[in-house]
Write a protein that binds this ligand. Structure first.
Ligand SMILES: [Zn+2]
Length: 322
């Protein structure tokens, strides 16, 4: 196994740099790649976080995997990329320094834009070595996602892996053109997309969900048995997962101050009051009622909202996963 010009022997670990460009300051744009290979043969799993630079929970999940030594497999290889968009992370922004969303630039081009070049090098230098990938994300803006796995549920192997991860919700989500997930799937790689929490925020429940799920997947793939370790960790819900086949956003009927009064992840009935919108002067306060019966999988944490803003994401069609 040769990654970025370095021969990775069994039982060794390397901290490598994926160098892709030099900025106008002369600063080189390089991304740390931590490679840990076990003594025995096994699959190669890639953990990626921070494709969007303001999504911090994933960075924390991969960081803890490393600091706790969970990134050392007995069999196979674990590749960790804790912060893919290092400049977005530095600026606390979603996009690359060229203003582009990396997750819409795959598979990239060698002579393309900065983000496109990065996508190209990731696809050519790292991806050929891997069998599986877990890519960690959060909700955008102020929208807080209940910890969930997103997959293309038509792929049975990926659905099985999503079930192993052990979240309450698995969302059957169509892949978007030029996204990392779609491009990996086209190369035959099995990809789990983890979504939990919101941007520029660290949430311990979400990060525990992400770490425990990753340990379950590594155990399932035979890389290392974390069964007893998981018993000592903070328990995260592993009730029979619900496969969300369709979902819909409940949007604000008026602009104003918004508050939710329901629990994220809970089931609500159609027309149940789950929040309210008011003006600041005491002239009106209207209830926000669920437009369908379903689970609340995302809630907007913004205190001030505009008419039409997405407030709640509710499940519609659900299937049990066996
Ligand atoms: Zn994201």
């Amino acid at each position: 196994m040769n990654i970025l010009g370095t021969e990775i022997e069994k039982g060794t670990n390397y901290s490598l740099d994926l160098n892709i460009a030099t900025l106008h300051t002369g600063t080189s744009l390089s991304v740390p790649v931590l490679v840990q290979r076990g003594l025995e043969e096994g699959p190669c799993l890639l953990l990626t976080a921070g494709i969007h630079g303001d999504e911090i929970n994933g960075v924390e999940i991969v960081r803890q995997m490393v600091t706790k030594g969970f990134h050392k497999p007995n069999a196979g290889t674990l590749i960790c990329m804790p912060v893919i968009n290092v400049f977005g992370f530095l600026n606390q922004e979603r996009e690359f320094p060229d203003g582009r969303d990396l997750n819409r630039m795959f598979p990239g081009a060698k002579r393309g834009s900065l983000a496109s070049r990065f996508a190209y090098y990731l696809m050519h230098e790292i991806v050929p070595h891997i069998d599986y990938c877990i890519d960690y994300h959060t909700g955008g803006a102020r929208r807080f996602n209940y910890a969930q796995i997103r997959i293309d549920a038509d792929q049975k192997d990926t659905l099985k892996l999503a079930k192993v991860f052990g979240m309450k919700f698995i969302k059957d989500a169509e892949t978007r053109d030029k996204s990392f997930r779609k491009t990996l799937a086209e190369k035959g790689k099995k990809v789990l997309l983890f979504e939990g929490g919101k941007t520029l925020h660290l949430d311990r429940t979400v990060t525990n969900h992400g770490i425990n799920g990753t340990l379950r997947v590594m155990t399932y793939l035979g890389m290392r048995d974390f069964t007893s370790c998981l018993k000592d960790r903070v328990a995260t819900a592993t009730a029979a997962p619900k496969l969300i086949k369709s979902s819909s956003w409940l949007r604000a009927k008026r602009s104003g101050m918004f508050r939710s009064n329901c629990q994220l992840g809970s089931f609500v009935q159609k027309k149940q009051v789950i929040g309210s919108i008011s003006d600041p002067y005491g002239n009106f306060e209207i209830p926000v009622k669920a437009h369908v019966s379903g689970y609340i999988i995302c809630v907007n944490h913004a205190p001030l909202i505009n008419q039409g803003d997405a407030l709640f994401h509710l499940s519609k069609k659900i299937e049990a996963v066996f």
